[in-house]
Design a protein around this ligand. Structure first.
Ligand code: FAD
Ligand code: NA7
Length: 538
């Protein structure tokens, strides 16, 4: 018989979500909590993604927690956007400030979580064989965290180094090396831009070129920071009632309602100011929902790319076609990098990678691209990836992989039927936004729900299958109103071989989402089944 420790709640993950969950449940609600992260320290995304150029594309003043006024007033930043080392330092400071480190077991992977129906407890086991029992499990395992590492033919024979951007060794420099980068999403663009000036040669393997606008990273003055701090109440109120929660007011003007010249001016201004979400959502109201409107933004960006990249053939390889309908990207001089003599673009849709050999990557045209290092900027098994990597067993012995066989689903992005007292932060069909405000929204709702259960003698709470099906339907209906569903990307799980594409987000905006969560709680947890202590005793 294994010995086990008993706590009120287990929290998995030590990123924004896990840190805040431990703070709420322990510091504010007095529960005993143990947190786990396989990383050796806090930070989540910002612990792992130490690649050169790693930057948040949410502006600095809203890429942080809002829950504590003193924390906000003590915060500082140097530029309009914050880099990975700055975000990591911030999260480490938060952990120390709220004395949370002692609740976390770092370097500890959670392997399994099994619901013990008789006890109404979760039994959680770690990679080291430790066993914990807890009434509640809060999964804050990250939605862009499980690595997607494509299995290229011959990769094992490569004599150089391979590095995934989300497992970048601390301080690892590639200066003076011959580097190949696979992947040109948000991460690829950042790492390519940072590596280009320092490596001997950079070969960029481009599968799908992407739309991207300048990020607009600028230094900020202490005066600007002081003004933001003085206005934080209004700023967060606006963020939380907005759609994408990036700290700007979304446009209400349809693109085709203005003249071509007016449109051009609006885009030009947005291009100058910077920001991917601003470009898509602050310019016009229907770029994400109307194909004609979308094409006006897309063609503007395509023209900018062609103007920027001097060699027409290289420009062609880097210019996207079709809809502007993935997570909108922004960069800090990505297209300019291709004007450097040491940077080369290889279009692998028309000239696919045939194999990796000892010396490098061979493309179908027979060319060997000699490399010392291959960087995989190939993204993530997004949203449900980390859940599927654990052995999670709910009521009636149901495994999460079987439960999510058709597609990963949830009720409200935070819970799923047959998994009582088991909550998710950024689970399937949660909001698609600047994420810290959505994470806070969910953690607050989950911890309020836990408090409600504790105060009202509730032993178990889980959503009904009907409520879950209805939420899935809602998310699908909203997604189908957008252009996003017409393009493959990680937003729909369409980036990993073998993964079944499906709707993975609530695209209805944070303001609306918060309204739904509030209503559910106010209506006595509509859509949930609550089992009281008394009922269990009877
Ligand atoms: P994470 O920070 O991903 O933390 C999850 C943690 O759970 C990880 O540390 C992981 O090790 C741990 N974990 C998972 N499974 C287990 C297990 N079984 N056992 C133990 N530990 C486990 N979002 C934005 O809003 N704006 C941005 O600009 C932005 N930029 C990004 C840039 C990059 C390069 C990446 C990868 C993501 C970016 N994101 C951005 C998304 C980012 O992930 C979120 O903003 C936020 O950091 C997520 O926090 P989290 O706590 O939910 O998850
Ligand atoms: P993304 O956006 O999923 O981008 C991954 C990139 O890697 C993309 O260009 C892919 O091409 C490419 N890729 C993936 N697999 C392969 C294979 N097998 N061969 C060649 N190229 C491949 O991940 P990111 O890390 O950039 O960004 C994810 C989010 O994290 C981002 O939005 C930020 O929020 C942070 P494809 O487009 O599939 O043709």
């Amino acid at each position: 018989q294994n010995t086990f420790q008993t706590v009120d709640a287990v929290v998995i993950g030590a990123g924004f979500g896990g840190i805040y969950a431990v703070h709420k449940l322990h510091n504010e609600q007095g529960l005993t909590v143990v947190g786990f992260d396989k990383a050796d320290g806090p930070g989540g995304t910002w612990y792992w993604n130490r690649y050169p150029g790693a930057l948040s594309d949410t502006e600095s003043h809203v890429y942080r927690f809002s829950f504590d006024k003193d924390l906000l007033q003590d915060g500082t930043w140097k530029h309009t956007y914050i880099t990975q080392p700055e975000i990591l330092e911030y999260l480490e400071d938060v952990v120390d400030r709220f004395d949370l480190r002692r609740h976390f077991r770092f370097g500890t992977e959670v392997k399994s979580a099994t619901y013990l129906e008789d006890e109404c407890l979760w039994e959680v086991t770690t990679g080291g064989g430790a066993v914990y029992r807890a009434k509640y499990v809060i999964n804050a395992v990250g939605l862009l965290s499980a690595i997607n590492f494509p299995n290229l033919p011959g990769i094992d024979t490569f004599e150089g180094e391979t590095i995934h951007t989300a497992a970048w060794p601390q301080g690892k420099s590639l200066a003076g090396r011959r580097v190949g980068v696979i992947g040109t999403g948000s991460t690829g663009q950042q790492v390519i831009t940072a590596l280009a000036p320092e490596v001997e040669h950079l070969t960029v393997f481009v599968r799908t070129p992407q739309y991207s606008v300048p990020v607009g990273k600028r230094p900020v003055t202490t005066q600007q920071i002081a003004e933001i701090k003085a206005d934080y109440d209004n700023i967060w109120a606006q963020v939380k009632r907005s759609g994408v929660a990036f700290g700007f007011e979304e446009s209400t003007v349809p693109a085709m309602s203005v003249t071509e010249e007016e449109r051009r001016q609006v885009y030009e201004k947005a291009w100058e100011y910077g920001g991917g979400f601003r470009f898509m959502f602050e310019t016009f109201s229907d770029i994400a929902t109307d194909e004609e409107a979308n094409e006006t933004a897309a063609s503007f960006i395509r023209n900018k790319i062609v103007e920027t990249i001097k060699d027409p053939e290289t420009a062609r390889k880097l210019t996207p076609t079709g809809l502007f309908a993935r997570r909108p990207l922004c960069d800090d001089g990505y297209f300019q990098v291709f004007n450097r003599p040491n940077v080369e673009a290889v279009a692998i849709k028309e000239n696919p990678i045939r194999e990796v050999t000892a010396k490098g990557v061979v493309t179908e045209d027979g060319v060997l691209h000699e490399l010392d290092v291959i960087v995989f900027a190939t993204g993530f098994d997004a949203v449900d990836g980390n859940y599927r990597r654990m052995e999670i067993t709910g009521r009636d012995g149901v495994n999460i992989n079987d439960h999510w066989d058709g597609q990963p689903t949830s009720y409200l992005g935070v819970s799923t039927a047959k998994f009582p007292n088991w909550f998710m932060v950024l689970g399937p069909n949660g909001p698609f936004t600047n994420l810290p405000p959505s994470i806070e929204t969910q953690v607050e709702w989950i911890s309020d729900t836990v408090a409600y259960a504790e105060e009202n003698g509730i032993r178990a709470i889980e959503p009904t299958p009907e409520a879950e099906a209805e939420w899935t339907e809602t998310c699908t209906t909203i997604a189908n109103m957008t252009v996003f569903t017409k393009v493959d990307s990680w937003i729909f799980g369409a980036n990993v071989p073998g993964k079944k594409p499906s709707v993975l987000f609530y695209l209805g905006g944070l303001g609306n989402y918060r309204g739904v969560l509030d209503d559910v709680a106010a209506n006595g947890y509509s859509g949930f089944e609550l089992t009281s202590e008394a009922a269990v005793a009877a």
